[in-house]
Design a binder for this molecule. Sequence first.
Ligand code: NCD
Length: 306
Amino acid sequence: MFKGRDVLAITDFTREELERLFRAVDEIVEGKVLASRVLEGCIMATAFFEPSTRTRLSFQTAMLRLGGGYIDLAEVTRTSIAKGENLADTIRMLDSYADIIVIRHRIEGAAKFAAEIAEAPVINAGDGTRHHPTQAMIDLYAIRRFQGRIDGLVVGVLGDLKYGRAASSFIYGVTLFNISKLFLISPPSLRVRDEVKEYLRARSVNYEETEDLKEVLHELDVLYVTRIQKERFPDPMEYEKVKGSYIVTRSLLQEAKDKLVILHPLPRVDEISLDVDETPHAKYFEQAKLGIPVRMALLKLVLRGD
Ligand code: NCD
């Protein structure tokens, strides 16, 4: 099911496969299997051509906790890419050194390109504005853990739905389950891309686009917040126009259901005010912590198959 497989997009996975993954995560979380030697002798290469804190460090931590090791491609200025080496040759080398490659790149399709070159499985840790499948796995697992289920929930996704890869992967991911309604909440200029809408329509997902969080907040069981992807705006003036246009504040949450769970892939900029952190709704730091067991389970399944 997972052995030797590339992890390029959440849309490549079925619900059954994700449930298999979630059971493996449960074993780690509930059994408190914080360390084992099951991947002893395995080496993971991490190649991040874009900034990252959580994704890179949690993949590396996950591998270390399973008894494996990792090699990390340094800042581009300190690698042969600075001498003009192309991505294909760099990937070829990583492939000959490591058993699995985790890549993040600003170019859409970069992970797919790497997977075509490498024999080792390739995990997409984010390609431009498109996919971030392991983030979606964490997000879905977090909902299941904090709400007890995904089916039947009303889910809102707030923020930059145009450029945010975490947002689109999350949207694709929730459609694998029978959610009751999906609200896509964003400023008009940052609405979800047409290809995502087509995907939702093809799957007859009950979704609605809106600009106003306040109007729909009381209906939500899950609110997935994302930052505006400043670095992806072709025109900085366009960013200035939408900057700060939505903020989840503590007072706004008075309208929310008691059981509302707020998630965020992080990093947060200003879209959730700091005083929300102390409310029982704020689950984003716990969600980020789940990145370790989810990535442990995934590495184990891809490298060992069980
Ligand atoms: C996200 C990303 O890189 O797409 N970060 C992450 O991996 N948790 C979200 C973001 O940068 O906004």
